[in-house]
Design a protein around this ligand. Structure first.
Ligand SMILES: [Zn+2]
Length: 132
């Protein structure tokens, strides 16, 4: 159990360090990752705006975060619960299999993200940030 906890803590620390480094780099330079789909086609993918969404969120600007990527903002708490639950179970038992409700969240997330990706390109529901 202790080894599994160390493994998860090490991986989480690496992910956190990369995320913080990218956030600081973005805040200092305003240079973010370019979306290949957007660069090639001008279409917004379901993930477009995530950097700006997180930047807004970290500034407690919920409306701005919603504007940049509403789907990820709404799904984020579900993903956090799923990740914490899954890794807590893994640390406790060593089980790597996803539980049924984990899979349900993932499948629902995929459906929502695909729908969001389509909607933000075909409608004007305020789901398409105009200044990418
Ligand atoms: Zn994109």
């Amino acid at each position: 159990m202790k080894d599994r906890a160390k493994e998860i803590a090490k991986n989480a620390a690496v992910i956190f360090a990369v995320a913080i480094s990218y956030y600081i780099f973005y805040r200092v330079t305003s240079i973010g990752l370019k979306c290949p789909l957007y660069e090639l086609t001008g279409l917004l993918c379901p993930g477009c705006g995530i950097t700006r969404m997180f930047t807004s969120l970290l500034s407690f600007d919920i409306a701005g975060a919603f504007y940049y990527n509403a789907a990820v903002l709404i799904l984020l708490p579900f993903w956090c619960v799923l990740i914490v639950s899954h890794y807590a179970e893994y640390i406790k038992t060593g089980a790597r299999a996803l539980k049924r409700w984990h899979k349900a969240i993932l499948i629902a997330s995929i459906i929502i993200m695909v729908a969001y990706g389509i909607l933000r390109n075909v409608s004007d529901l305020g789901l398409s940030p105009s200044h990418f």
